[in-house]
Design a protein around this ligand. Sequence first.
Ligand code: GLU
Length: 425
Amino acid sequence: MGYIEPAPIKDKANPFESMMSRFNIAAEALGLDEQVYNVLKSPSKQVSVSLPITMDNGSIRVFEGHRVIHSNILGPSKGGIRYAMDVHLDEVKALAAWMTWKCAVVDIPYGGAKGGIKCNPREMSAGEIERLTRAYTNAMLDVFGPDRDIPAPDMGTGPREMAWLMDEYSRAHGMTVNAVVTGKPLVLGGSLGRTEATGRGVMVSALAAMEKLMINPYHATVAVQGFGNVGSFAALLLEERGCTIVAISDISGAYYNEKGINIKEAIAYRDGNKGTLEGFAGADLMDNAGELLLLEVDVLVPAAVEDVIHSGNVEKIKAKLIVEGANGPTSAEADKVINEKGILVVPDILANAGGVTVSYFEWVQNRLGYKWTRERVNRRSDRIMKDAFDKVYETSQKYNVPLRIAAYIVAIDKVASTYQYRGGY
Ligand code: GLU
């Protein structure tokens, strides 16, 4: 989780509408049949539950949980579970639809879903989070399933929560079902390479885009917003490929060092400092963390939350390339200005698809009852990311549209043609 700069209300009004506005442009460019359009725009299932949990002090608190299945046309639905205070149904719906397009862009046989619980995990004990996770899993026993709907981590959750989810689901079925969830700890059937997979995919797509812009990674400056799982690995791997990471940020603020931040040191500092960069001495604390987005860098990686690039700051963005590590970091209103300014954007549904790609590999390994080496996982996911980038790039040239719309075109085309083969009632 990273620094959150509040966006103007109008940009934030409805994340589902913001997803739909891009979907509509792509559907029109593709000449999508109106009936298929209506099928693809509607989430196929939405489940909301109330979860009464006994807190450590003996009181009972009721939490609100959701799981939205946007589509299962390409296969079982796939997508993470988010624990955050701003979880609400419209956001979960948008995130579920993004998962459908994301899986289709990287050509893996999954539909899209997302779940969320409105809670603040930072203020809860491990026991309270465990009870909440088990209660949520129990409430979703008919929704989840290795051939039905496969959850994974997202903001506020990680391998620990996935282990509880897998255990609760397995108990209810009287057998070990590790393929019901991905992002598990290694000992429970997690995959090597899954932890760093999203950041690695961001690195692969950033390098592919830099090549198109003829930016030499050894001369490139990069700013990364958000120093959680995605941002920190993206920064580390880009640094390893020669880039100079001049700025990073998290909830404690933004840190700038013109000469480059040693990312290994920053990660080690964060890990020994309750997960935050607060007090990190390898860079200067910036007065205004939101300024990180406005730095004059070659590459900007927003890897925190939604809508951080919005109509209020987009005019001032100076990066040549934006690689979206987060889901939905650019509001629909900001797209237009970005395109006018000629900034190349590798969109979220492509740039951060490395995570779900390795989730797919984890599920494949669980079903095979076999374990791949880290090298095999990385090689295969790098190839998938590079192929997806090339396909989206070609599509953007063919239709003369930005990469974001091209990614939607690739995804919608795939899901629509599969739907037409499968048919309906
Ligand atoms: N939560 C991640 C995402 O937004 C991963 C989803 C998954 O692995 O299923 O892509």
